[in-house]
Structures are given as structure tokens and as C-alpha cells.
Design a protein around this ligand. Structure first.
Ligand SMILES: *[C@@H]1O[C@H](CO)[C@@H](O)[C@H](O)[C@H]1NC(C)=O
Length: 362
């Protein structure tokens, strides 16, 4: 009797001590005071829930790289237009071998090294682990939240700790503090008075306002349009739109390879119709980014940088917006750094800053 009750207690103690390298001093990596508005707490996350943790190894020489990226984008500068390959970018900003080794050592200390994979660029470690494993790794607790508008649930941690020695070797650890980029739905007011150019935006009105209707049509390059949250444009709607708003010399080219019939998104339709209407015969490509809400821009940028230079868009328009103050600082930094890499590689990114504005709360 005595032996059978005592033994499990000793075993449990032994394994708890063994699993926690408590000699390693931990530091607060990132923290948010609460979930963003609209996310309601359900309770503790299920310990056996499996999650895909992303750990971005720290980029090096970020300030120098940004300076270079600005020069590459500045007409008149000696570096102007001298776009870089991804290899050249990584030679500047790629993480150090020390960062990679320490992160894998840390994961190994938590028996997670075998579940960790380094991406092909060598800068992001992806770990498949249970919530309880991640909680032990990050010295935190995950809770589950439900979004009141969308009904989506998410397991997140509000405080994240890493070994002190790793602080400067990691840029981002998610999903932790970031609840995802928000879906902003445009509001529509049906108009019938389309000839009143002064007050109604149509492709024809834009052509006259910016005087591009008579320009020589370009045929090369690619104009990219980004779409998210599983919304696609409709080919039929595009044809209707282009037939309604004919600008001389401009032709309707169908959006390629988009699933039709389901999830026709107002935002996707609007973006494709206006891009098509003002880009003449330049090929348009609609990039539909799936994946998790907290990594959509990262996924898009990595996809495009992963393409051969000849298949990349010259310009990519992102019409989706969000409330910047709700984006975890680490994610905001990493996203901006990726956009500057796109710029250095010769891809201009147009953002929805004139839409809901840079500073307007939705
Ligand atoms: C891994 O564990 C060992 C032993 O506790 C410790 O000395 C080392 O600093 C740990 N490594 C990291 C990166 O936390």
C-alpha cells in the first residue's frame, strides 16, 4: 500500500524537474495586456491541442538593409533599380548560425528538436507541438478565445518567455500574443447616377482624373492583386464590369485559376475589377493567400519571394487593412521587414493606406 502510493509521486516529481531546465534564466519576450476587443475568453486551452509554432530567427543588419532598400527604390540614386536576389538579401539579413544553433538547442532541451523544421530560406523554425509542450517551452499558459463577430476560436498566450540568452536571437514567436489580421469588410452604396463624374468613382472617372486613357498600353510585367480570407473574384462579374466601363483600348482579361461559384468576395471583386480596368493589357494575377489569420502577409511575401524573378509581379496591390494597434509589435516589424525585402527584390507593394486611412479606427 505504502509503496504503490509513494512511487508515482516520486516519478511525477522527477519528470517535472527533468522537463523544466529551471537553471536557465528566462526573460519576457513579448506581452500584451489583454486580447483585442471582440475576442472573448472561453477558458484554458486544451493541453493536447496541436499547434504549429513559428519561430523567426533574428534578422541581422536590418537598419543597413533598410537603407539599401530605400536607395534601390529612389530614382537618381546610384543603386536605383539594382534589384537584389533572395540570396543577396539573405547574405545581408539572414540569421546567424549561432541563432539557429541556440534555438535548436533550446527546442532540444524541451524534447522538441525532432518536431522542428527549418524553412527553405533558413530563417523560420516551424514546430508542431501540443499546447502543453509549448506552454513549457514559453513559460506561459494558453487560453481559448472566441471572436464575437466571426465565431472563430483561437488559442493564445498573453505573455511569452524565452531563455535570456535567446532574446536577441529571435524576432517573432507566434501564435502567441497576436490574434490575427482583421477582416475589414467594405460597405457598398448601390449607385445609379454613374455619369456624375465629380462624385462617383468609376474607371472612366479615374481615367479622366489621372489622364491615363490615352497612354500607350503596356503588355509586359505582372500586376498582382492580393486576396485573403478565402475570398475570390468572379470572372462573370469582371466581364460585366468591363463591358459596362469601357476605356478605349482596354480589354477584359479574366482572372486566372480562381475557384468559381463559391466565396465570391466583394473585396476581391472590387480589387480585381479596378486593377483590370486601369492596367490595360498588363497581365493581372490574383494571389489568394490561405493559411492562418496571423501570418497572411508573411505567407504572401514568402510565396512571392520564392517565385523565379521572371514570374513575380512588378507591383502587388493589397487592399485589405486592419487596426495597427492590434498587431503585435514583433509581427508588425517582421511584416514591414518582409515588405522592404519585396521592394529590394523589385516588387512594389501598394497598401490600403488611402482607404480606411493610416490612422482611422475601423
Ligand atoms: C539547454 O539546457 C542546458 C542544461 O540545462 C543549459 O545549460 C543550456 O543553456 C540550455 N540551452 C538553451 C538554449 O536554453
Amino acid at each position: 500500500m505504502f509503496a504503490t502510493t509513494a512511487a508515482p509521486v516520486i516519478l511525477a516529481l522527477a519528470s517535472a524537474v527533468w522537463a523544466l531546465p529551471s537553471s536557465v534564466p528566462m526573460a519576457l519576450f513579448e506581452s500584451v495586456s489583454s486580447a483585442p476587443a471582440g475576442w472573448n475568453l472561453n477558458g484554458a486551452a486544451a493541453k493536447d491541442e496541436v499547434m504549429n509554432l513559428r519561430i523567426h530567427l533574428a534578422k541581422q543588419n536590418v537598419a543597413e538593409f533598410q537603407e539599401l532598400a530605400v536607395k534601390i527604390a529612389t530614382p537618381g540614386d546610384a543603386q536605383y533599380g539594382k534589384h537584389l536576389t533572395v540570396e543577396q538579401i539573405d547574405a545581408i539579413v539572414g540569421p546567424s548560425a549561432e541563432s539557429k544553433d541556440l534555438v535548436f538547442q533550446w527546442l532540444g532541451n524541451h524534447s522538441l528538436a525532432d518536431s522542428a523544421v527549418l524553412n527553405s530560406r533558413g530563417n523560420v523554425v516551424k514546430v508542431k507541438a501540443t499546447i502543453s509542450q509549448v506552454e513549457a517551452l514559453l513559460g506561459t499558459q494558453y487560453s481559448t478565445y472566441t471572436n464575437a463577430d466571426t465565431g472563430k476560436t483561437a488559442s493564445r498566450a498573453l505573455n511569452v518567455y524565452v531563455p535570456q540568452a535567446l532574446m536577441k536571437h529571435i524576432d517573432v514567436i507566434q501564435p502567441t500574443t497576436f490574434f490575427g489580421f482583421k477582416k475589414l469588410t467594405p460597405t457598398f452604396h448601390p449607385r445609379t447616377d454613374l455619369n456624375r463624374r465629380a462624385t462617383v468613382t468609376t474607371p472612366t472617372a479615374l481615367a479622366s482624373l489621372y489622364q491615363f486613357s490615352g497612354i500607350t498600353a503596356l503588355k509586359s510585367g505582372i500586376m498582382g492583386i492580393a486576396g485573403f480570407i478565402e475570398q475570390w473574384p468572379s470572372k462573370t462579374d469582371l466581364t460585366t464590369f468591363m463591358n459596362k466601363f469601357t476605356i478605349s483600348g482596354f480589354v477584359a482579361v479574366h482572372a486566372q485559376q480562381t475557384p468559381q461559384g463559391a466565396n465570391i468576395g466583394i473585396e476581391a471583386n472590387l480589387d480585381v475589377q479596378y486593377a483590370r480596368a486601369i492596367t490595360s493589357t498588363i497581365p493581372n494575377v490574383f494571389y489568394s493567400t490561405g493559411g492562418e489569420d496571423d501570418s497572411i502577409y508573411e505567407d504572401l511575401a514568402e510565396y512571392i519571394l520564392g517565385l523565379a524573378a521572371s514570374s513575380r509581379p512588378n507591383v502587388i496591390s493589397v487592399s485589405y487593412g486592419g487596426d495597427e494597434y492590434e498587431v503585435a509589435l514583433s509581427v508588425a516589424d517582421a511584416t514591414c521587414n518582409l515588405f522592404s525585402e519585396l521592394g529590394a527584390a523589385g516588387i512594389s507593394v501598394l497598401y490600403a493606406s488611402g482607404d480606411s486611412g493610416e490612422d482611422v479606427l475601423s
